[in-house]
Design a protein around this ligand. Sequence first.
Ligand code: AMP
Ligand code: MG
Length: 404
Amino acid sequence: MAIALSSAALSGKGTINPLTRVLHFDHNCYYSSTPKLKPIFSLSLKRPRFSSRAAATMSYDKELAAAKKACSLAARLCQKVQKALLQSDVHAKSDKSPVTVADYGSQAVVSFVLQKELSSSPFSLVAEEDSGDLRKEDGQETLQRITKLVNETLANGGTASPLSDQDVLAAIDSGKSEGGSLGQHWVLDPIDGTKGFLRGDQYAIALGLLDEGKVVLGVLACPNLPLQSLACHDQHTIQGKAGCLFFAQVGTGTYMQSLDGSEPRKVNVSSTENPEEASFFESYEAAHSMHDLTSLIAKKLGVKAPPVRIDSQAKYGALSRGDGAIYMRFPHRGYREKIWDHAAGSVVVTEAGGVVTDAAGKPLDFSRGRYLDLDTGIIVTNQKLMPTLLNAVQESLKEKASSL
Ligand code: AMP
Ligand code: MG
């Protein structure tokens, strides 16, 4: 499979960082917006503060196991649909229905598996899709296709008892939660990067868990992401075995395994301090992020490598294992970021020793419902590079504003 990769030689390969645990505790740093950009305070807590349940046990092992199972099964469903899509004729590729079937099917599988595996816990899911269109008369054929696909996927994954159309609709509709700062909420993007999915490129099944408004675990299934670092690939083509599962639980680091179940290995963000050695990720779609602005920032930083443009939260996964050192996202004016586009990715990166902030240096706040209210854009890098990156971002934003 070939994917668009615009960098010839990516620098900033991952190295093991022995400070991961310390770095984790520093995730509550707030960076000042002054040019010096030193952390202006750091919470003195050894670990982030969570609900009483979390404080008592600090373990989400059961939830993580369920989330990994749910995302792996959903990834199988999506792979099946994408394979059929790519084998079909060119005409069918402009048809949005494969993505509809895979989107709903993935959401139904994740919702069903989580509820089954965690049947003793209350269930709340914030997810992108709702079943409105599938309940209409002209949605019946699609619904039947989805139910068939969901049942095949669950049966292959060893889950018995076929679901009816009504069960599938109910599973999809349990994603209507508004989230918020109280209790636990799962946050799901059933197919993040639908444009990439349709092109045959990168996409991800992204699942996070909020506890009292904080992301406490995240799983990213990236069926088309090579197991080998993107930094090892030649220009324009990515070859070799693909299919990565990234997972992170707060306080325990980030791990990656193959989607077909290899032994997990711990991953760390790039430790490069030198922006000239850093390569950066951004959206493939220019409509999702201002490529002219990121190019200005990269120039200011002295980044030499061209941008690596890939779809979806696969960018967070690749960054967490050090394939590149920076991820920048600057949506066009008026766009509101949704929590499911960043929840899983952000914990995967922070547990690997990275920092995720908005363009003002503030941490992302997942406690305010389905949207993130943030300043201008999202930037991600390692602890050492963040002050320099933030400085370049703010200078570039000022320059852009004054040139308008
Ligand atoms: P990416 O592949 O990183 O560009 O991100 C894909 C995600 O971007 C999708 O899941 C959408 O939720 C989100 N998205 C859709 N439209 C826009 C937009 N106009 N600006 C920014 N993000 C968008
Ligand atoms: Mg998305």
